[in-house]
Write a protein that binds this ligand. Structure first.
Ligand code: SF4
Length: 353
């Protein structure tokens, strides 16, 4: 396992962030927050998809006052996202589990002082959410929308909160491109031990957001940086969770669910591997236990991969082998292989470690 940079542990509701806590996956709803029924419905969808913490936008008072009713109907920790109007943070702080504010657009420091006071009274954390596109004027004038500017803003606001005696902090430094995002988190990491919320913001459609987030968040996670994350996608809610969980799993940072090792196919292929792998992925997606599953299109690499896999298929001409922990457990015709394979996976998933 990659060693994580030690960070302070904080709590957003009942979810720990930082320290030895698992890296959590967050998302946001897109309904009008004041539409309580629609927002609760979206939060429940995110919960079902595997989201750990949900954030809602609070652009006006009607939204802020809706938070109480939303909170009563959900079990995920709730974060209020505040821009411009600090008074909304004061209303939200009475019910939510965390306040995220953007220091670049909250204005006078006296307003931040009031947010800190409200959060202190309820013992809830604050995310200092720095965005490259909306830095405070003084930092943008000095550094432009650069990683240096983001880090300067974060450091200034961390110090401001610390001087008020408030240290229940997490920090994000988001830019819409991978390089600035990675650079900013790398620069700030040695300077404090607050947990980091990772994200490449405004990352685009599923295809590009997946690639940008996998590169950006993956790079940081492999350097031991990051305690919670959001994948930002212009798309459906569930996609953010699916991609976030996949980044954690495929980077090797988290051990959860099945890891499918399948060959890219070539002229030696002996079966319809594309369909077989799609069926296996669908039929094993509910499994939480970490299992390595190998599905190979011919014997060239199948036996070698099967040695390291929990369950494996090696296709031959019209038939193939099912192997468990490198041992052949069945030799079957091609059309029976996937069913038997999934049966063995289910059996192994049911065994308590
Ligand atoms: S396992 Fe066989 S079919 Fe798949 S890529 Fe390798 S040689 Fe080709």
């Amino acid at each position: 396992m990659i060693p994580r940079t030690p960070t302070k542990k904080i709590y957003v509701g009942n979810v720990a962030i930082g320290g030895d806590a698992p890296i959590s996956v967050q998302s946001m709803t897109y309904s009008r927050t004041a539409d309580v029924a629609a927002t609760v419905e979206q939060i429940n969808r995110l919960h079902f998809a595997g989201c750990d913490i949900v954030r809602v936008a609070v652009p006006d008072e009607e939204d802020a006052h809706a938070l109480k009713a939303i909170k009563e109907q959900i079990s995920l920790p709730l974060v209020a996202d505040i821009h411009f109007n600090y008074k909304l943070a004061l209303i939200a702080a009475e019910v939510v589990d965390c306040i995220r504010f953007n220091p670049g657009n909250i204005g006078e420091k006296s307003r931040i002082r009031e947010i800190v006071k409200a959060c202190s009274e309820r013992h809830i954390p604050i995310r200092i959410g720095v965005n490259a596109g909306s830095l405070e004027k003084e930092f943008e004038q000095r550094y432009g929308q650069s990683a240096q500017g983001m880090v300067a803003s974060a450091e200034y606001n961390i110090k401001f909160l610390e001087d008020l005696g408030f240290t229940d902090i997490k920090v994000s430094l988001k830019a819409s491109d991978v390089q600035r995002t990675v650079e900013a988190y790398r620069m700030l990491r040695p300077k404090n031990n607050y947990p980091f919320h990772l994200g490449v913001t405004e990352a685009g459609t599923i295809f590009h957001a997946t690639i940008k987030s996998a590169i950006g968040l993956g790079t940081l996670l492999l350097e031991g940086i990051g305690d919670t994350m959001r994948v930002s996608i212009t798309g459906e809610l569930e996609e953010e969770i699916k991609v976030g969980r996949a980044i954690l799993k495929d980077s090797g940072v988290a051990k959860e669910g099945v890891n499918i090792i399948s060959c890219p196919t070539c002229g030696r292929i002996e079966a319809d591997l594309v369909t077989a792998v799609a069926v296996i992925e669908e039929r094993t997606k509910h499994i939480k236990k970490p299992l390595d599953l190998s599905v190979m299109g011919c014997v060239v690499n199948a036996i070698g991969e099967a040695k390291h896999a929990d369950v494996a298929i090696a296709y031959g001409k019209g038939s193939g082998l099912v192997m468990v922990k490198g041992e052949v457990v069945a030799r079957l015709s091609e059309d029976a292989l996937v069913d038997r394979f999934v049966e063995e996976v289910e059996k192994m998933a049911a065994v308590e470690d």
